[in-house]
Each structure stands twice: as C-alpha cells, then as structure tokens.
Ligand binder design. Structure first.
Ligand SMILES: [Zn+2]
Ligand SMILES: [Zn+2]
Length: 640
C-alpha cells in the first residue's frame, strides 16, 4: 500500500491523505475518485505521503493528465490563487460514457496567395515551428489584413509534424465561422465551450486526450484541452476581455495562460489583434514577444475615412443624417451600420417635480426602460418591474430620458420610413440562428440599416458597408476605470473596421468629447499614437503594464460588516514584512457600491514585485467572517 496527498474540490488550500494499492500506479497529476465526507469526489494526486492511520482508500484511478497540462494547472492554482482541486474540477469534463470518433486531418481547401507582409510573418512563425521553440508572436494586423490566412498556413506546418493546434476565439458566436474555415481547409476540427452538452464536452475532451482530434477551436476554457502533443496555440482578438474569467473560479486570463502553456510545452503562441491590449504591445516593444505586422488590408482596400461630429444635445447630427441618406442612395456599398453600446429604450426614469428616480431595489444603478415589454429592467441583476407612469412619491408623470437602441430604432423608423431597418442586440436576438439570418439578409440587400450594440462589431466579414455611424462614443469613456480609454479606442477601431471591406467606406463618430485622445487616435487609425499617450498615463498613474495589480472585493448585506472586514484586511496587509514593496488603495466603496442587495467595497494592491501579491493574498485566503464574502482577483479586468 502507498499513501498520497490528494487535493479535492474544496475552496481551501489544504490536502488530504489517502491510501491506494501499489498496482493502481498513481503519479503526480493522476485523477482519482475518492470518498470525501459522505460522497465520492474527483481528486488529484499531489505527492506521495507518509503512512497515516485512518486514511481512506482511493476508489479508482480515472486517468493521468498530460504532464505539461498538470504543470500548467499547478501554475494556474498558484498564480490565480485558486485551490488545486477547484482548478481540476473546472478543467475536467463531465464524465460520461460516449462513443469516440476517429478523425484524420487532410488538406482539402485551397490556399490563398499571401501578401508580402503575410508571407514575412508566416515564415518567421514557421521558423519557430520547425525549431520547436517557444516564442510568443504578437501579430498586429489592421481589420481585413488577413490574419486568419497566416494562422491557417502555420497550422498546416504544425499538423504535418504530427502535432495538434489549439485555436482560441473570444466569443462563442464566432466559433461556427472559424470552424467552417478550418474544416474547409483541413477537413477536421471540433469546438469546445461551456454551451455544449455534457456529452459533446466529454467527447471533445476524450478525443483530444486520446490524440484522435488534432484541432480544437474554443472559447477561454478550451485553453485547458488535454492535448499530449500540442504544437501551436493561436489566441485571436487577444485584446478581448472575454478571455478573462471571473466566475466560477479559477479567475484566469486565457491569453496569459496560453502564453504560460506555450512556455511549458515549448511551442509557439500567436496573439493576433488589430488593437492589441496595452500589456501585449508593451511586451512586444520590449522584446518579450516578437512583433509581426500586417499593415495593410488585403487586395489593396483602403482604410475608411473617419469624421468626428459633436451632435450637441441632438441624437442625430446633420452630418450623420446626410451621410445615411447619401449612402443608401449610392450604387456601391449602399448599407449602413449604426452603433450604440446601450440596449433598451431609455436608460433613466425621473420625476422632475420631486426628484424621484427609477432605481433597482437591489443595486445602486438606474433601471432601464424597455418599451417592447413596457417594463423597467436592471441590466446588472435582471430585476424587472412594470413601467412606472406616475411618480410613486408625488404622483406627477415620470419622464424617461436618454437613448438606447430601441429608441434609436423608433426614431430612425420615423425618420427613414422608406428604408428596411433591423435592430440587433441581446433583446432582439435570441438564438444563434437570428444572428446568421440577419447577416444573410444584409448580404442579400434586404436590410439597408442595421442598428445594434457591440454585437454588430463582431462576426462575419461584410463586403458592402458604405457607412458606419457611431451614435455615441461616450458611453464608456467616463467610467471610473483605468481601462476606459483603451476600451473606447478598441471599440471605435473595431466598429470603424466594419466599413468599406469592398471599397472605401466612411465612418462618422458622434461624441461630446471630440478632443479625447482615444477618439482622435481612432479617427486617424493611429494605434501607435494611442499607445504612446496611454502608456504615459499608465506609467505616471502606476497601472499595468507597469505594476502588478490585485483586487480584493468584500461583499455583504450589512454595510458595517463590510467596512469592518475591509479594515481588518487592511490591518493584516499593513503588518506584512514586505510592506514597503506594495501599495494599498482603499478600502473604498466600488464604483457600483451596491449590487443584488449587497454592499461592495474593494481594496486594490499594486506592486512591481513578481508573485508578491499572490503571497500576500494567500495568507489572507483562509480569513473568513460569517456573512461576508471576500474574493481575490489577480490581474483584474472589471474595476466596477
Ligand atoms: Zn415625484
Ligand atoms: Zn439590479
């Protein structure tokens, strides 16, 4: 008999000793089923242990994880401060019995000719593939510059070596088109994401584990696919915040995990984007990543002209109105996309007599008026109530203010009666089918104006968009978040990139802050200019990439309790022997200080030292106070 320390899926950094027969052949990283309390759970073997009387017996060995993946999981547990058993239960599929398919890849699709910059980038990455070396490439390519073709070429080389490819995309909605392109070229590829059925997830997992599937395409969770022979990781749209997982634990960034996995596996990693994250661009500038550029659109298409207009208090400026009419009456590219990042009809309801405002009873934010359902809706917690017509305090009629996509839709349907108009946001789209149907209608010319939220900035290549109109560039710019400018710049650049794929398009951006640098640089398609300016700000205000950042979020129904616990945590942090190596900000109420009937405070920690924040937070991990929830996040993305 042998004894082992085994991690089980509980939210504590402690392990338990179990005993197993020699012939079970357990190793570090073996997944086993063990009795825990009164149930059977999955556990992972950490190390051999001393004999321990009363140790329970391991029931069954399930499998051994690929050793590189086990190493990655250890790193995720340490870096993102998440007990090993929890990381394990996140990455393993639901275990069920399924028939496995056997597939072989074959090259069936035609290769497109590469432009000179594409060729140059491809050859540089190919070198890394041939030499089996770990290098991280930042492939910086403007929208429409043909990044995917470069990915496909490198994939072919990797597959020819008998190795596998992991291709990450930020949104589940993009997976079908990527899958189609990959299968069209290689006759193989499977998707992996949390919306798949348990059976499909199990099937994907086992066929990658068994080496039968060579190409995995998925959202952030697919970074833990159990390939034994991984040869390449692609992270497309690497700047996307969808790569960050907040719930459930582990709270990881799939992009950063990808780079770490590449280092462990000793393979190349490609990060692709038209608007790289500041962190990645900074690393490329400093030589940590290799910078590759596709500066032009393929087929010599030109970047669109961008005009910035201050509409004052109007929702449609005269310039926007004129451009819409002109575009629709053109022969070439007579389609318009209008973009506003706010759904619903009106974001605020207010009584002008007594000052009453429609607010969510659970959260510290306004309720949005949705006209289609005649209701008020909280966009944070989903609370819904009937529309309030008369002020509950004084009886005067409530006024609904501001603009959401539903109201814009109503406005343009009155303004441009003779045109076909379609709205696209999470309220109007219920299934993936709707998404495809709208794109097809648009291609066939059955929709002249497509209006929508961020949803219209992603998805298929549209060949004939003559005008992209941004109704307001200001929705995110004033949020109390150090990434507000970066987000605005990325969003505007991505929306503008939808214009003129088939010729020269036009973009009009409406803003009440027309001189803001994020808007000015987006107008000029000047990433470099934006980067320099933003870099200055991050350096002087001490934000990433110049410091490491961690956030402690403290929540409870009782505000006094939250404050008490937050101050206790601060005291503990102040007692650290390494106190001079880090900065504490707070505790302060979060920008949204109350959500789902919980008060929220946070503490931000900054340090230039590697791993110091992890050490500090690990010491606090077991600190609990009944009724108060404390969560720790490394490299937080959401600061609200
Ligand atoms: Zn009133
Ligand atoms: Zn709410």
């Amino acid at each position: 008999m042998r004894y082992y320390n085994i991690a089980v899926p509980i939210d504590k950094f402690i392990n338990f000793t179990y005993v197993a027969k020699e012939e079970m052949n357990l190793n570090e990283g073996s997944v086993v089923s063990v009795p825990f309390k009164s149930r059977t759970v999955l556990g992972v073997v950490i190390e051999e242990a001393k004999a321990y009387k009363g140790a329970k017996e391991v029931e069954e060995k399930i499998l051994d994880l690929p050793i590189n993946l086990y190493e990655l999981v250890l790193w995720v547990s340490d870096y993102y401060l998440c007990p090993l058993g929890i990381v394990y239960s996140f990455i393993l599929p639901p275990f069920m019995k399924r028939i496995k398919r056997v597939e072989e890849y074959q090259i069936i699709g035609k290769f497109l000719n590469l432009s000179t910059p594409q060729e140059k980038s491809y050859l540089r990455i190919k070198k890394a593939v041939e030499e089996d070396s770990h290098e991280t490439f930042l492939l910086f390519g403007v929208t429409g510059s043909g990044k995917t073709e470069v990915y496909l070429r490198v994939m072919e080389d990797v597959l020819k070596k008998g190795k596998s490819v992991l291709y990450l995309v930020p949104e589940i909605s993009i997976i079908p088109q990527v899958l189609e392109r990959v299968r069209g070229r290689f006759g193989m590829g499977e998707a992996y994401h949390y919306k798949l059925s348990k059976g499909m997830r199990y099937s994907y997992w086992m066929s990658t584990y068994n080496g039968k599937l060579k190409i995995g395409i998925g959202s952030r969770m697919s970074i833990f696919s159990p390939f034994h022979d991984l040869g390449l990781i692609i992270v497309d749209e690497e700047h996307s915040e969808s790569y960050k997982q907040e719930e459930p634990k582990p709270r990881f960034s799939a992009r950063d995990v990808a780079v770490m996995r590449g280092a462990i596996e000793r393979i190349p990693v490609i990060l692709g984007s038209a608007t790289p994250s500041l962190e990645s661009y900074y690393k490329a500038k400093n030589g940590e990543y290799i910078f590759l550029e596709l500066p032009e659109r393929v087929k010599g298409q030109e970047m669109p002209d961008v005009e910035i207009v201050d509409p004052g208090r109007n929702i449609f400026s005269a310039e926007m109105d004129k451009a819409i009419k002109e575009t629709i009456n053109k022969k070439d590219m007579p389609r318009v996309i209008l973009f506003l990042n706010r759904r619903g009809y009106a974001p605020y309801g207010k009584c002008y007599k007594c000052g009453w405002a429609a607010r969510c009873p659970n959260c510290d934010i306004s309720l949005n008026f949705h006209k289609a359902t005649n209701s008020l809706l909280c966009h944070h917690c989903g609370y819904k109530m009937d529309k309030v017509i008369n002020c509950p305090k004084c009886g005067k009629e409530v006024t609904y203010l501001g603009w959401g996509t539903q109201r814009i839709e109503e406005e343009i349907k009155t303004k441009y009666k003779e045109y076909n108009i379609q709205r696209m946001d999470t309220d109007s789209i219920s299934r993936r089918h709707d998404h495809e149907r709208i794109y097809n209608d648009l291609k066939r010319g059955e929709i002249q104006i497509l209006l929508g939220t961020q949803m219209v900035t992603k998805g298929l290549d549209l060949p004939d968009i003559g005008l992209v109109g941004v109704i307001s560039a200001d929705t995110a710019i004033n949020l109390p978040d150090f990434r507000a400018s970066e987000r605005t710049f990325q969003l505007l650049s991505q929306v503008a990139g939808r214009a003129g794929r088939g010729g020269k398009g036009k973009v009009i951006i409406q803003s009440n802050n027309p001189n803001h640098y994020a808007i000015r640089f987006a107008k000029e398609h000047n990433y470099e200019g934006f980067y320099d300016k933003e870099r200055e700000f991050r350096l002087s205000a001490k934000y990433p990439p110049f410091v490491n950042l961690a956030r402690i979020l403290i929540r409870s129904k009782e505000e006094e309790e939250v404050i008490k616990v937050a101050l206790k945590i601060k005291t503990k942090l102040n007692e650290s022997k390494e106190r001079e190596l880090f900065t504490i900000l707070g505790p302060v109420p979060c920008p949204i200080g109350w959500i789902e009937r919980n008060y929220r405070y946070h503490i931000l920690l900054k340090s230039e030292e590697e791993n110091l924040l992890q050490r500090l937070l690990k010491n606090l991990y077991s600190f609990r106070v009944g009724g108060v929830r404390i969560s720790f996040e490394i490299d937080p993305v959401n600061m609200l």
